[in-house]
Design a protein around this ligand. Structure first.
Ligand code: 5AD
Ligand code: FES
Length: 347
């Protein structure tokens, strides 16, 4: 029904009339059902370290945030969380951290091998822009998927909020292509409403999801973090006010729905950032407007309060047990079912 190109995507993104948006929600939900069905797959998220050597201008884990107390989980702690994910019936664990070279490549490879052989779970890694040899070693150890959001397709905006690491020669898009070449399922995505992000850029981001044909696409609202330069408003915003994308809930649903339409088979999470800006029903509305994945947090409570990418993060005081009960209840309340098995990309 809806022909999508740069112009029509931008029109949808600018549409704020709830009645006119109804067909977008309906189409996204129908396409989701036709291509990935009613199963909602759960990915147990383990935030294994909050150390980071990078300086992303929006992110609370940035090395410049000296207020944050840092932690790195032990192998035993990580494997205990993974075992709990298996016991909860989750098919995948996601090991996520800042870009932390204190997590040695061989140590991560050993963890991947242990999780694969002892627990038979799919393993997703989300560990930043690591060297190609690390990415290759982890793939060889059995890692199935890798997540690395490209954040924005506007090169100038990207550069203004991502100071490069000295000596870094490859960009994120090249890393994403390399991950695919290594045989990973590749996940990416963007933040919605970054200061300086225009409607046109966001429309380009969505078309980029389509042209790369990502296996997984995570999008969530930008949430200002006062511990960061962008959150404090210290970075100049070079676009007109009427072109600036708002970082609100409605915009997030529009991006989820359009993403489903351009990538019918992708795995699309209803994210924690969305749940943070609407605790009551953000998760559900994401799932009803195109998403088919949720990522329950498995990080031990003592650590999860310190994985503060942005303030007010949902589930910060909940246990893994509480999140699993909560999410399973929310999924069945909207007439969907919890998926079995790894829930990989459908081809
Ligand atoms: N608000 C929303 N999302 C954020 N991320 C990082 N900082 C913020 C923020 N302030 C997102 C980025 C990153 C992912 C792990 O979290 O998109 O890729
Ligand atoms: Fe580490 Fe952003 S500062 S991922």
């Amino acid at each position: 029904m809806i022909p999508l190109n740069l112009e029509t995507i931008e029109e949808w993104l600018r549409q704020t009339d709830e009645i006119r948006l109804e067909p977008l929600w309906a189409e996204a939900d129908a396409v989701r059902k036709a291509h990935v069905g009613d199963a909602v797959h759960l990915r147990g998220l383990i935030e294994i370290s909050n150390y980071c050597i990078r300086q992303c201008a929006y992110c609370g884990l940035s090395v410049t945030n000296t207020q944050l107390e840092r932690y790195r989980m032990t192998d035993d702690e990580i494997l205990d969380c993974a075992r709990q994910a298996r016991d909860f019936g989750y098919g995948t664990v996601v090991l996520q951290a800042g870009e932390d070279y204190g997590l040695e490549a061989e140590r991560i490879a050993g963890l991947v091998r242990a999780i694969k052989s002892q627990l038979s779970l799919a393993v997703t890694l989300s560990l930043g822009e690591r060297p190609y040899e690390d990415l290759a070693a982890w793939r060889k150890a059995g890692a199935d998927r890798y997540l690395l959001r490209f954040e924005t397709s506007d090169k100038e905006l990207y550069a203004s909020i991502h100071p490069p690491r000295p000596g870094q020669t490859v960009d994120r898009m090249a890393i994403l292509r390399h991950l695919r070449m290594l045989g990973y399922e590749v996940g990416s995505g963007v933040m919605i409403g970054i200061p300086g992000q225009s409607y046109r850029t966001l429309a380009h981001d969505i078309l980029h999801f389509e042209s790369f044909d990502f296996d997984m696409i995570g999008v969530g609202p930008y949430i200002p973090n006062p511990q960061t330069p962008l959150g404090r408003g210290e970075i100049a915003v070079p676009i007109a006010e009427e072109d600036q994308v708002p970082s609100d809930e409605l915009m997030t649903y529009k991006v989820i729905a359009l993403t489903r339409l351009v990538c019918p088979q992708a795995n699309i999470p209803s994210t924690t950032a969305l749940a943070t800006i609407n605790r009551e029903s953000g998760r559900e509305l994401g799932l009803m407007r195109g998403a088919n994945i949720v990522m329950p947090n498995m990080t031990p409570v003592a650590y999860r309060t310190r994985y503060e990418i942005y303030p007010g993060k949902a589930c910060i005081n909940e246990t893994a047990q509480a999140c699993q009960g909560c999410l399973k209840g929310r999924i069945s309340a909207i007439g969907r079912v919890v998926g079995d098995g790894p829930g990989g990309r459908i081809r």
